[in-house]
Design a binder for this molecule. Structure first.
Ligand code: PEP
Ligand code: MN
Length: 348
C-alpha cells in the first residue's frame, strides 16, 4: 500500500481478497503496510486489486515459500524471548549450556557459569532425540523443571527441544523457545503443533536439507500463526569424517538474503570437535549470524551426550572474548547477559 494509504483503503483490499476466496494478512511496517495474500493457488487475478485506491504495487512472490520470504516482508523479524533477549536485531545473542540436562547440580552450576560469562539463553535438552535407542534419552519433565529453576536463579531464557507433536505443549509450558532438532526438521505434525504453541521456535536445519527445504519447514510454523521463528545452521552431511558435519557457513548470508527470519549458528554440532568450535563461532559471527548456540559442560569428559564437542567453561570465556571484537567490526555487539532482578518470568 502507499505510505499514506488510509485504514479504510487497507480494509477494502482485505475485504476484496476475502471475496476472491483467499485470506488477507496485513503487515504494518515502518514505511507502509503490506498485505499478504495467503492460500494462493497460482491463479490470482491481480487486476482486481491493482485498481483499488491506496494500492501501490502488486508484488508476486516468486519463491515456493511465501511468508518467510524477504519478498513478503522486507524488514527483519525480531524474535523476543521471555527475559527481553531479542534475536534478529543488532545484538548477537549467546545461547549456551550442556547438550542434555543431566541433574540439578549440573544444570544449575553451568547455568550460573555461562550467565556470568555473557550468555543470555540457556540451552539443554530434556527430551533427547538420540541416534541410538541405548543412549541417554533425557530427564524429560524433570529436566524441564530443572531448566525452569535455572531460569529462576539466573534470568537466562530457556531453549529446549520438543521431539514429537504430543510433547510440544509440555515443553512450551516451561521453555522460552522450543527447539526443533535436525532429525525432526521435516516432521510435519511436530511443525504444525509448534506453530500453534504460542512460544518462539528455534528450527534447526535438517542434516541433509537444502536451504529451500529449511525455509519451507519454517513456512509451516508461520502458516500456523507463529511468526517468532529463528533458523539454525548446525552443519550438514559431508563425505569427510574429519568433522562430525560440514558447517555450511555460506548458509548464513544466503538465508539472510532469502528470509526476514533470524539465523543462529551451532558450531558445536557442526564440527563435533571441541577445539574446532571457537574458530567456527568466530566465523559465524563474521558471516552475520544473529546468535550462537554452543554446548558447554562443567565437566565434558563426564557428559552423558556430546561430551567431545562440549566446551569447558574456560573455553567459552575465550569464545566470548574473541567474538566480541568480530561483532563490533561489523557494527554489532554481543547481547549482554540479563540482570536477574529485572527479569520477568512470564510464562515460567
Ligand atoms: C542438540 O541441540 O543437542 C541437538 C540434538 O541438535 P541437532 O538436532 O542439531 O543434532
Ligand atoms: Mn547435542
Amino acid at each position: 500500500m502507499h505510505h499514506r494509504a488510509k485504514p479504510e483503503q487497507i480494509e477494502r483490499v482485505v475485504e476484496t481478497i476475502g471475496d476472491m476466496g483467499y485470506r488477507a494478512k496485513p503487515m504494518p511496517g515502518h514505511q507502509r503496510t503490506a498485505i499478504g495474500l495467503v492460500g494462493n493457488d497460482g491463479r490470482v487475478d491481480s487486476a482486481r486489486l491493482e485498481g483499488l485506491p491506496g494500492v501501490r504495487e502488486i508484488i508476486k512472490v516468486s519463491k515456493p515459500y511465501k511468508q518467510v520470504s524477504r519478498e513478503w516482508r522486507e524488514e527483519s523479524t525480531l524474535v523476543r524471548l521471555g527475559n527481553g533477549t531479542v534475536l534478529g536485531g543488532p545484538e548477537v545473542v549467546l545461547m549456551a549450556g550442556p547438550c542434555s540436562v543431566e541433574g540439578r547440580g549440573q544444570i544449575l552450576d553451568i547455568a550460573a557459569q555461562v550467565r556470568d560469562l555473557g550468555a543470555s539463553v540457556l540451552r539443554g535438552g530434556a527430551f533427547k532425540p538420540r541416534t541410538s535407542p541405548y543412549s541417554f534419552q533425557g530427564l524429560e519433565e524433570r529436566g524441564l523443571e530443572l531448566l525452569a529453576e535455572a531460569r529462576e536463579r539466573t534470568g537466562l531464557a530457556i531453549v529446549t527441544e520438543a521431539v514429537d507433536a504430543e510433547s510440544v505443549a509440555l515443553v512450551a509450558e516451561y521453555a522460552d523457545m522450543i527447539q526443533i532438532g535436525t532429525r525432526n526438521m521435516q516432521n510435519y505434525p511436530l511443525l504444525k503443533s509448534a506453530g500453534r504453541a504460542g512460544k518462539p521456535v528455534l528450527l534447526k536445519r535438517g542434516m541433509s536439507a537444502t536451504i529451500t527445504e529449511l525455509l519451507l519447514a519454517a513456512e509451516y510454523l508461520l502458516s500456523e500463526g507463529n511468526a517468532d521463528v529463528a533458523l539454525c545452521e548446525r552443519g550438514v552431511r559431508g563425505f569427510d569424517p574429519a568433522t562430525r558435519n560440514v558447517f555450511d557457513l555460506t548458509a548464513i548470508p544466503v538465508v539472510k538474503s532469502l528470509t526476514h527470519l533470524p539465523i543462529v549458528a551451532d558450531p558445536s554440532h557442526a564440527t563435533g570437535v571441541r577445539d574446532k568450535v571457537t574458530p567456527m563461532a568466530r566465523a559465524a559471527v563474521a558471516a552475520g549470524a544473529d546468535g550462537l548456540i554452543v554446548e558447554v559442560h562443567p565437566d565434558p569428559p563426564q557428559a552423558l551426550s556430546d561430551g567431545a564437542q562440549s566446551l569447558y567453561p574456560e573455553q567459552f570465556r575465550e569464545l566470548v572474548a574473541q567474538c566480541g571484537p568480530i561483532a563490533r567490526a561489523i557494527g554489532r555487539s554481543l547481547a549482554p547477559a540479563p540482570i536477574p532482578a529485572a527479569v520477568s518470568h512470564a510464562g515460567a
